[in-house]
Every structure is written in C-alpha cells, then in structure tokens.
Design a protein around this ligand. Structure first.
Ligand SMILES: [Zn+2]
Length: 945
C-alpha cells in the first residue's frame, strides 16, 4: 500500500480548502437551514490519537453530509488547557518521569529539547495545541478555523467568570462543606479527569461502632451494624496502631486506629496522635461490646486490612466464615447467631470450609445478601442486653427484618454515644495523576455546582425529552447519571484555568468550565482582540440590556456586540453534539444542567450522538499512554482517507471499533480500486458520447439501481450508520458497475459519467480528498460543496430492474445448486414455464401474501392442480418484498424472452460454455433428468451438467 497516494492528494485539497475558506460558515437570512455541530475540545496534554479520531471523524462525516444536503453547517474546534490533565504531565516531566519522557520521544517523536520545555505547563499546552491543530487539518476535518481558541484566551476567561456569577446568583452554585475525593499532595478535590485511568472516585459511608476499653475506645468499621449483638471479639492487623484524640465541637474522644488509617482519617476528622501502640500491647487489652456489655478478646487477624475502615474488625463468627477463621486462630470458639434466615444454616459462618479467598468472598457476599433481604433478628438478643435496653430492643429490633432493624440498631448505638460514620473510596485505591492515593476529605467553604438540587435535577431529567439521542437507548444512561448526580466541587487550588470571580485563590476545574462553552464558538472570532464586558455578554448571550448602554461603558464597539449577538442568535443552540460515550458520566449531563440554568430549555442541544471507543489489539484506548496509537502515525502509515473510513465505521455508532491494520489496508486497496474505476469512467470517450437515452437493458438497470443506491445512502448517512453507508458506496457500487459491464454489450459513456458524478458525491463525506481529486478531473467547483445526489438525477425503468432482478435471482439459485451438489457447471439447461393461467395464479398468490392471507385462502380462490399451486405459492413466499412487488407488475413477462435476450450475461456470470433454454410446455422439448415438469413461473427448473 502506498499511503503517499492518499496523503499527497489530501495535502493538495486541504490547502485549497483553506485558501478558499470553504468551511467558513456565516449566518444567512434563513435560520431554518443552519446546523451547528460540535465535538468536545481536547485536553492539550498529548498528541491526538486514534481514539480522538473516532468522534471527530464521525462528526465530520455527518457535517459534510449535511453541508452537501444544502445546510449552512458550522463545525468549530478549540482546545482545553484547564485543569490537572495538563499540569500533571508537566509535573511528571519536571520530576523526570522516564516512562512518559520515553513515550514522548519514541511514540510521538517529540524532540528532546521540546520535552524539556514542557516542564512549563503553558509551553506544553501550546506545543500540543499546535500539533493537534495540524493533525485535525491533516484529517481533513471541515472546521471553521477562524473561531478556534483555547481556555486561556482572555475573552474565554471573562465568559466563564460571567457564567459563574450567573450560576451563583441563580442559586446553582452553593458554598458549604462536603466529603469529596481529594489528593493529599495536590491539596485539591479530584474528579474523573484528575485521576490515573480516568476513574471517578465513588464515596461510600461506613458505620463505626465503638467498643469500650479501659483507657480508650475501640472503633470497628462495619457495613452490618446489626450483627454487633453477636460480636465476640475484635481483630487487628499485625501492624502499628495509634491512640488518637478526636476533637469535635469541644468534645473529646480517645480511641485507637491503625497508623495507615490515621493518615487517611485525618482528612475527615480532626485527630491528634496521643501515642503509638503495638499489636502485642493491644492483644493484652480487653474491649467491651457496647450493647451486650460482654468482654471480648482482641486478637490478631490475618485478613484484616490495616488501610480500610478503622483497621479494627468486630468478629461475628456466626455470620461470617472469615470471622470464624480469625476467631478460631485467636482462641475464641464461640459463635452466637443473631439473625435467622430461611435457606441458610443456623450458623452461616460455619457453612463453608475453605480458605480460598475468591470462594470465601463469594460465599460471604451471598450470606450478606440473603441476611439483609430475607433475614430476621432473633429474639435471643433481648436477653443479651442489659435490663434498661430490653424494651427498646424488644419493640424495635428483635423479630424484625434486618432490612428494617439496621436503622434502629444505629439509633440505639447513637443514644449510647457509641456510633459514628466514616467515608471510604468504594472503588479504590484510586491514584491522582500526580501519583498520590486519593483520600476522602471533608472540605469546608467549598463552592459546589448543586447538581443534587432537587428542582434543578428534576428539570434536567425532564428536559431529556427535548433532546434526540443517537442511539436512542443511551437516554436511560443519561437518566441514571443525572438521577445519581451529586454536587460537584468546582475549586482547584492550582493549575491552569479560570479563577472564581469572587475568590482569586480558586481555579475552576476543567469539567466545570466546559459546560456551555459551545456558545463561545458563535462569536469567538469577532471577539478576538476586543474586551468582552459583563454587559456585552449579557446582551450577546441573553439579550439583556441594550446596545446603547453598552456603548456608554466605552469598552467595546457596539457594532461588534450587535454582530456577536446576531451570530449567537443564528447558530445557537447546538444541533448535534458528538462525543465518546464515557462522557455520559460527567461532561454531557453537566452540559445539559448548565444550559438549562443559564439559557433555559430552548437552548438545549437538539441532538446528542454517542460513539463507542476505538480499541487497539482488542483493548480500550486509554488516556494513559501505553497503548496509544497517534493519529499522525496512523495517517502516515495508511493514508488519510482509509483512516477516516476505518475510524468512523462500526455497524452501530455506539459500538466499539477495533483498529485493525489489516482492515485499514484492505480499505485502502478498495478505495484505490474505486478511484481507478471512476477515473477510467471519466476518461471514457466514444462515438456515442452524445447518446442521450438509456437504451439497453444494462443502461436502464443501472439508471434505476442508482436511484435505489442514492436513496439508501441518504438514509444511512442521515442515521449515521456509517458502516452500512461505506459498504454501499465503496464496495457495493463498485460491484454494481462490474455487473453493468457484464450485462451490456456496449458501455454508455454519458450514463457512466452521470454515475461517476453521483458516485463521487456519495463518497465525498467519507473520503473527501479522493472525491475532490476525482471531481476536479471532470467537473467544476469543489466536490465538498456540491449537492448530495438525489434520486431524480436518474430515470427509473422498473421493467429493466425486474428483468435483472429475475436474472440475478436465477444466477444465485444456480450457484446455490452448484454448492449443494459440489460441482461447477459446465453446461446448464433451464426450463421455463410461461403458462398463462399459472402466471395469473402468480398474481393471485402475491395478492394473498401481501394481504397476509395464507395458502388455504389462495387454494380456495384459484383453480388448478393443487400440488402445483402449493409449490408456486411456497416459492413466491420466499422472494423478498421488493422482488414480489416487481413480479406483481410484470407477471405477464415472457421468461423465455428475458433469458434468450440475456443468455450471454448468464454465461459470463456463471462461467459456463453453454446454456440451453426450453419451454416446459412445449411437447418438443426434451426432458433431461426428468426436470421438465418441475418448472414453475418465475421459478425455472435447472439442470447442471
Ligand atoms: Zn495529586
């Protein structure tokens, strides 16, 4: 394969597009035909890779198609400098991260001295911005580059600050305290885009029960507080512990936790270390169950995770086999069941005898589930508690279902001042991009976007009805994400980004400054070099105030402000937002939430299109650099147009696509064949170049077929079923043209030229460079701005379509027969049955089938040989609907005539030296292999020799 073939063409046409400003879009008088298409702007922390390519190219194919359909299409592009993704890469280089530096120089071929400059996050962002822009241009994206910007642009910053003032005044931005995922090194809250591997930290709370002790308490963390009645011991890890003092609202509490937990827990509570304590010292102590008052032993347990919970586990051997193991090893041989559950043994903790961790885990999970949903608290717990507690335990806990009793156990512990709650990262450990493990931190005085606000949440959920989702089933993912959305901390203490207008020490995080930024595209090019004031933004984006007032401020030319307002009013809202499906968890819901808050329902995106991921070697591409395939490299290796097809085609847009170099090469080969064929057509000369009409069967068939292909291509492009559309315009049409040359005796250059014109325009959205090159050989103007073909460009000849369909059906049947008998035909004998009354019966049969009637009705209405009629009916049933429709129309056609006329086509297609055609009703016809009698109308009998 020669990628240079594609790339030299691409370079030529990209230059011409740029010179002519072909993809610049300006408002027109007619707003009804505008289409505003956007993709998420990329973080400029690495070069563009083929994962980016999927979304961008799919959106571009769609944008190009719509442009050719006559829409005024705006497709802009910008760059995200904000946040930790860029900062962490710069930090890593500064710290001399060899793996990263190595991959930058080997995978991306970045010069060593450039990499050194990237210690400065701005230099890094600038470098990749210019690389990404080059790559986007190399891909042939039909972008209006006048409107590009990055998030450090001064006017963009003013726009974000304007937005945050609006959100605060509207009550959408609230301050307060909350627990968040937090990086202890960077000292700021972290979300998905701040973590290695892009994991959103999920926070769960855990119950803590304090067991009493001589001089301090023993807090155990548990997810099943109701089992405390059966706790007969406490297990600790064989590691260092700390006695701490917690101060809250001037109350003090002294307790012991593991050293590892102490570090983490300090982010949630104000803790002071009193002294360290060894496990040996701890096991000599006694603890007391806060509800039963029993003394329990403290033992070392090898399954205790010293980093999880408090580092102390209450042992309830009766209800947990791992507790049973640890208790026995510690010399505790008591098991007190406190829950009874149908289908579980009396003491579920003894229900399994294994030390295999996975097996044990499964079994424990099944106990937890069964006891929670089906279990009941036993009555024996009443006698276990001290006298004063009994009434309460009897009334609220004993005999009740676990699912209901759990809350009352907590209440009871709370009354005794022996209860607390701590937070854990449930999907941890998660690491910050800086390398530190994420902890849960309670933060005070933070600003949050109130995505949990019931009114805002409810509005957002309802507004989903106003948006078209492609594919439609992703709507439920949106509903789920929005329903579960918590409030989001927006402040970061460092990094590139926009400062909160009222607190200069806080930088707005990257997912929070990119929620309505698509509005900025509509006027960014006019704003360049000018100063956007709050008054100007009010007017441009909300129509508030008046141009006269803005003029008085003397800061910006009022004519520019009016122009920007016009652009915004013309282009907004977004007509189609294209994105990878991972952003359903954050960016896309934020996009909807914030549009509602700032603009209201009418400015919501009309459509959201989600695409799957690109996989490399069967694995998802991730932002970590290991399996990343740079786009620039892919273009260099395979050529632009093959890459465009490869990256945007999967059967459904939501499906993942595997980037398989062999497939890309095969696509490239096929594209070259198409290029060659169209090229040859365009060079065709002939005496009959002026021939106007389609005379031959072949011409008529091809003309009709083009109508069908154009209709299908239109349907598939508009539904973004790109794999189907590429199959159609790159593979099927090529085969069609081969059929045409085999069908006809002489080619019709005029018709073929028309076909070429339509064909080039049909491939143009997918492979625009190749399309331009071909178009320029024979036609005027640029292919990219030609109208997409319509059916009307070709005449319809149904009879020809019928004849060829009939022939092709026959060819297929013969081929099937050949494969059944495993023999390639040398000679073929065909019997046709042109019997008039049977042909009438064909029509009747089609009527019956179309009306949903069965064989019985048909036999009742039509007279004749019942067996023959039944067979006829069965065969016609097997035809596809399209062919049946044609058959109904042309049932009187003489098959003998069609076959005789086209016997050469059949011979060529079937690769045989002789075909004999007989009339099955002619007594003079020979009966070869007894097949003569089995011919039926439109179902000839075939003999292969
Ligand atoms: Zn960090």
């Amino acid at each position: 394969m020669e990628p240079e073939f594609f790339n030299s063409i691409a370079e030529k046409w990209q230059k011409i597009w740029e010179e002519k400003g072909v993809f610049r879009a300006d408002p027109s008088n007619d707003r009804s035909n505008k289409k505003f298409i956007t993709v998420p702007f990329p973080y400029t922390n690495s070069p563009m890779h083929i994962g980016h390519g999927r979304t961008y190219i799919s959106a571009d194919v769609y944008a190009r198609y719509l442009r050719m359909k006559g829409y005024n299409v705006l497709f802009p592009f910008a760059f995200q400098f904000t946040g930790t993704p860029i900062l962490s890469v710069a930090d890593a280089i500064r710290k001399g991260d060899t793996e990263l530096i190595e991959s930058f120089s080997t995978i991306y071929n970045i010069p060593k001295e450039k990499i050194q400059e990237m210690k400065d996050p701005f230099k890094l962002a600038e470098y990749f911005k210019s690389e990404m822009e080059k790559t986007a241009k190399k891909l042939g994206l039909s972008i209006d580059w006048r409107r590009t910007f990055d998030t450090t642009d001064e006017n963009f910053q003013r726009f974000i600050q304007w937005q945050f003032e609006k959100l605060r005044k509207g009550g959408y931005l609230v301050s307060g305290s909350d627990v968040v995922g937090f990086c202890p090194v960077d000292n700021f809250p972290v979300g998905m885009h701040d973590t290695k591997g892009d994991v959103e930290p999920e926070i769960e709370d855990m119950d803590v029960i304090f067991f009493d002790g001589e001089s301090f308490l023993f807090p155990v963390a548990t997810s099943r507080p109701e089992t405390v009645f059966g706790a007969v011991g406490i297990a600790i890890a064989d590691e260092e512990y700390v006695v701490v003092e917690e101060t809250e609202n001037s109350k003090h509490k002294s307790y012991v936790v593991s050293r590892k937990v102490f570090g983490k827990l300090s982010y949630q509570k104000s803790l002071k270390e009193v002294r360290s304590i060894s496990p040996e010292e701890l096991v000599k102590l006694k603890a007391r169950n806060p509800l039963t008052g029993r003394d329990v032993k403290i033992v070392k347990g090898r399954m205790v995770n010293p980093s999880f919970g408090t580092g102390l586990v209450m042992l309830v051997p009766a209800h947990d086999p791992s507790h049973m193991l640890m208790a026995r090893e510690g010399g505790i041989d008591e098991a007190i069941p406190v829950i009874s559950t149908p289908d579980l043994p009396e003491i579920p903790g003894m229900g399994i005898d294994t030390e295999d961790p996975a097996e044990l885990r499964d079994y424990i999970d099944s106990i937890y589930r069964a006891e929670y949903y089906k279990g009941t608290m036993r009555d024996n717990i009443i006698q276990m508690v001290p006298e004063f507690m009994r009434q309460k335990v009897k009334d609220y806990i004993a005999g009740r279902r676990v699912i209901d009793a759990r809350k009352d156990v907590r209440d009871l512990l709370r009354v005794m001042d022996r209860y607390d709650r701590i937070y854990e990262i449930s999907n941890g450990p998660i690491y910050c991009r800086c390398g530190a493990e994420i902890v849960v931190k309670k933060i005070e005085d933070q600003w949050f976007l109130a995505y949990d606000d019931p009114k805002w949440k409810n509005q957002t959920l309802h507004s989903l009805n106003l948006i078209k989702f492609v594919p439609p089933e992703v709507r439920k993912d949106f509903e789920k994400a929005i329903f579960n959305m918590k409030r989001r901390a927006v402040g970061r203490s460092r990094g590139i980004g926009v400062k909160l207008p009222w607190n200069g020490s806080q930088i707005i995080d990257s997912l929070s400054d990119s929620t309505i930024y698509t509005a900025f595209y509509t006027f960014s090019h006019i704003a360049k070099g000018k100063k956007l004031t709050d008054e100007a933004l009010d007017y441009i984006l909300l129509g508030m105030g008046s141009p006269e007032e803005i003029e008085k401020t003397n800061e910006i030319d009022v004519k520019d402000v009016i122009k920007m307002r016009n652009e915004f009013e013309y282009w907004y809202p977004v007509d189609s937002r294209h994105s990878g499906r991972d952003l359903v968890q954050n960016h896309l819901p934020f996009f909807i939430y914030n549009h509602l808050a700032i603009f209201g329902e009418e400015m919501l995106p009309k459509q959201i299109v989600l695409n799957g991921f690109i996989r490399v070697g069967g694995k998802k591409m991730s932002k970590s650099l290991r399996n990343i395939y740079p786009l620039e490299k892919a273009i260099r290796e395979f050529g632009v147009d093959p890459i465009r097809v490869a990256l945007s085609s999967s059967a459904l847009i939501i499906q993942d696509t595997d980037f398989d170099p062999r497939n890309v090469e095969a696509t490239g080969e096929q594209l070259k064949k198409v290029f060659g064929l169209i090229n040859r057509i365009l060079e065709l000369q002939g005496n009959d170049i002026d021939k106007n009409e389609e005379n031959s069967l072949a011409d008529k068939w091809l003309s009709t077929l083009m109508r069908r292909r154009i209709a299908e291509a239109n349907k598939k492009y508009s539904q973004m079923e790109f794999k189907d559309v590429f199959d159609l315009v790159i593979y099927k049409l090529y085969e069609d043209l081969k059929d045409y040359t085999e069908l006809g005796e002489s080619l019709n250059p005029r018709l073929l030229r028309k076909v070429a014109s339509a064909w080039i325009r049909m491939i143009c959205p997918a492979v625009p460079h190749m399309a331009e090159e071909l178009w320029s050989k024979s036609f005027d103007g640029l292919a990219s701005v030609q109208p997409f073909p319509t059916e009307d460009e070709f005449k319809e000849y149904e009879e020809a379509e019928f004849e060829v369909s009939y022939l092709n059906e026959l060819i297929e049947n013969i081929r099937n027969l050949e494969s059944v008998i495993s023999k390639e035909a040398e000679k073929i004998i065909i019997y046709v049955n042109d019997d008039k009354s049977l042909k009438d019966a064909v029509r009747e049969a089609i009527d019956s089938i179309e009306q949903g009637k069965g064989l019985k009705d048909f036999l009742f209405e039509v007279k004749g040989d019942e067996k023959e009629l039944e067979m006829l009916f069965r065969r016609i049933e097997q035809y596809d609907k399209k062919l049946r429709g044609l058959l109904a129309k042309y049932a009187n056609a003489s098959e003998m005539e069609i076959l005789t006329k086209n016997v050469n086509y059949l011979m060529r297609k079937l690769n045989v030296s002789e075909i004999s055609i007989f009339d099955s009703n002619d007594p003079m016809s020979p009966d070869i292999k007894g097949k003569k009698r089995s011919a039926l109308p439109f179902s000839p009998a075939i003999v292969i020799i």
